[in-house]
Design a protein around this ligand. Structure first.
Ligand code: ADP
Ligand code: MG
Length: 667
């Protein structure tokens, strides 16, 4: 029997059972074997009958000592009963409404009985226990997701029959499997369904999970290589100190090692593809700009893509300080034709080595003769179409991406393919956690009074709303609502509004005013979410906070707490949304928050719909098996050289995937 055979080739599975199995998406033997138990019960230790306690789920091994007797034998209701003994005591077993089993139980047969004990007329008994052959299954009894018409026992029996008959063709080499303690396929499947110990079960799951992730990694590698790779640069080690001396602060340890990694990347014989993940404010920008610095030294060009005009502007200023004004340029959608022409000339002549832009550049006809590196900030904020456009247009470039939505590595690997990952797990010194409060609607007024006080003393605040204008049917406070409210209640406060539909130049102007104290409260939509850096803003108010995801709220909160003053974040909400928001109050670690968000919203939602198709792991949990992803990634690196046969096998399977979506396992 082959793994791809239909389930009907299993003994005991006819058309009727096949139909039921189909409801569980089980068509082939492979599907069946991959139908993993939802949980297991330990049946390895039996309770002696004389020690049974009332209302306890117990497992007994005992012999039938009395012939079954009918108590009632009706059409609608039937009951028969018999007695069992294990040498320590006797127990009555009652079987309700399963009249066809009456003949099955004979005196002298030994079974395992599992069920809850009940007291009746002061004696213990068991009603409809699970009754199993001894030795039929191992120490752990599997429980499967079922559909009406199938029972656990039937499912177990079908799987057992399949396991006994199927011939696994193991194509991975013994050396490879031994080296990484990966179970043979047959062992893995036996132990997945009928493990003898919990260690065996764990290794079975790990083995199947590793096979699955490895195949997945080969698949995404193929996808990436179809796009083509950049030509390696082989750059000589570059003086990192020279760069760091230009910074107005001392780098954190995390930044220093990230910069080192980038220096190494650029010298390697493979294209650079690195994801820098770090919590809000961890200082990713200077790390990425180091790569642009190296490029500049070698006469190459760098394109920095950012999701908003505000951020482009900000990066422009940082880059100018580090790399020199004459070498850095900003491309905006609002440039005149003449300005664009000028820019193009500078780029062509190699004067400009770093260009910073939003996605506007993707559609402008700017050509770079020596473009080698693309740095993408907050990549997840770009739309799907823009991302695929970038992937096509800039496929031959070295790539560094930055993300401040820290996500578990497993997910990062899914989203960013085979990128190497750097984690900035350290904030610059002197930052104190933002004091976070949950504010109910009825306390909102008091909070605003308090903020008024603070602002009169020279502090600055952001107020973020989920809506720009009031909208019918949505009961959320809008930017304009807040603007009018503040104007009426606190006419002396200088407020400003910023939102996504404004022209870039207008946004820049407002931000400039906010930085220079012409505006003390900035009321905004979520445009300020990404990257905006105004170090002396200390208060962040989020209206209708329950309308946002946790990771997003954490991002918004990250806009304050950048200077030395104590900062505050107020999450205004209705009582119902509180449980989720509580996480933010207690936790300041972006990675932890992202994990919680993932749990609340589910992976599909968290990643956006376009990733759905890739989330169908059978044996791997994205949240719990992060270590397994790490392990698989290490294996991936050494496979081609050390285990070429196994490497070939995965390659072949990865290519087959498109023709047969069901081949999720490398078997
Ligand atoms: P993010 O990782 O959120 O993109 P940024 O790169 O915008 O963070 O940095 C946040 C702020 O911290 C900036 O004002 C930056 O100049 C400053 N910064 C970065 N690294 C350090 C450091 N090592 N010491 C002090 N300030 C730093
Ligand atoms: Mg940033």
């Amino acid at each position: 029997m082959n793994i791809d055979d239909k389930v009907t080739s299993i003994c005991g599975v006819g058309p009727k059972k096949a139909k039921l199995l189909e409801k569980l998406n089980i068509l082939t033997i492979q599907d069946l074997l991959c139908h993993k138990p939802a949980y297991y019960r330990d049946i390895s230790s039996f309770t002696p009958i004389n020690l049974l306690e009332e209302d306890c789920l117990s497992v007994i091994k005992a012999k039938i000592v009395s012939l079954p007797k009918w108590v009632r034998k009706g059409y609608r209701f039937s009951l028969f009963t018999f007695t069992i003994s294990d040498g320590n005591g006797e127990l009555s077993i009652n079987i309700f409404n399963l009249p066809f089993l009456f003949k099955k139980y004979q005196i002298g047969d030994t079974y395992i009985f599992m069920g809850k004990t009940k007291k009746f007329r002061n004696r213990l008994q068991m009603d409809n226990p699970e009754i199993m052959h001894i030795n039929a299954f191992q120490n752990f009894l599997p429980y499967y997701p079922l559909t009406a018409g199938l029972t656990q026992n039937v499912m177990r029996q079908i799987i057992l029959n399949a396991l006994k008959k199927v011939e696994f063709s193991e194509e991975l080499t013994q050396e490879f499997l031994n080296q990484y303690h990966i179970d043979f396929l047959s062992t893995a499947f036996w132990n997945l369904h009928f493990p003898e110990s919990s260690d065996m079960l764990l290794n079975a799951k790990r083995s199947l999970g590793l096979r699955e992730i490895l195949l997945f990694l080969y698949q995404i590698r193929n996808q990436n290589s179809e796009e083509g790779y950049a030509t390696p640069l082989h750059l000589q080690p570059i003086d990192q100190d020279e760069y760091m001396n230009r910074l107005p602060f001392r780098c954190t340890q995390a930044q220093i090692s990230a910069i080192k990694e980038i220096a190494q990347d650029l010298g390697k014989s493979v294209a650079t593809n690195r994801l820098i993940q770090g919590d809000v404010g961890s200082g990713k920008t200077v790390v990425a700009l180091f790569a642009a610095f190296v490029m500049q030294k070698y006469g190459y060009q760098t394109l920095i893509l950012v999701p908003t005009g505000l951020l482009a502007e900000q990066h422009y200023h940082s880059a100018v300080k580090l790399l020199g004004e004459e070498h850095v340029a900003l491309f905006t959608g609002s440039m005149t034709e003449k300005e664009k022409k000028n820019l193009q000339t500078n780029i062509e002549q190699g004067k400009t080595s770093v260009l910073i832009s939003t996605h506007a550049i993707l559609y402008a006809k700017v050509t770079f003769p020596k473009l080698r590196l693309i740095i993408i900030d907050e990549q997840h904020r770009f739309g799907v179409a823009q991302r695929s456009y970038m992937a096509n247009q800039y496929s031959n470039l070295h790539k560094i991406t930055m993300s401040a939505t820290p996500i578990p590595r497993s997910l990062a690997m899914i989203l960013h393919g085979n990128a190497e990952i750097t984690v900035l797990n350290e904030l610059p010194p002197g930052r104190t956690p933002v004091k976070t409060y949950i504010v109910y609607q009825n306390k909102r007024k008091d909070m605003y009074d308090w903020i008024n006080q603070k602002v009169m003393n020279g502090e600055k605040a952001y107020i973020v709303c989920s809506l720009l204008e009031a909208s019918e049917g949505i009961s959320a406070v809008s930017v304009y609502d807040v603007y009018m409210e503040l104007k009426n209640n606190y006419p002396q406060i200088k407020t400003g509004i910023i939102h996504g539909r404004m022209k870039d130049d207008d946004k820049t102007e407002i931000m400039r005013k906010f930085i220079t104290d012409d505006i003390s409260i900035l009321i905004s939509t979520t445009v300020v979410e990404v990257g905006v850096d105004v170090p002396d803003a200390t208060i962040m108010v989020i209206e209708d906070a329950d309308r946002f995801g946790l990771a997003q709220l954490h991002q918004l909160r990250g806009r304050v707490g950048r200077g030395n003053r104590t900062s505050y974040c107020y999450l205004i909400c209705h009582k119902s949304g509180v449980e989720r928001l509580q996480t933010l109050k207690e936790c300041h670690d972006g990675f932890e928050i992202a994990k919680k968000d993932l749990i609340y919203r589910g992976a599909g939602n968290f990643l956006g719909t376009e990733q759905h198709g890739e989330m169908t792991f059978r044996f791997v949990s994205l949240l719990e098996d992060i270590d397994l992803f790490e392990e698989a990634k290490k294996i991936l690196h050494i496979l081609p050289q050390q285990y070429p046969k196994d490497h070939e096998f995965f390659e072949k399977k990865a290519q087959e995937k498109n023709t047969n979506m069901k081949k999720y396992l490398a078997i």
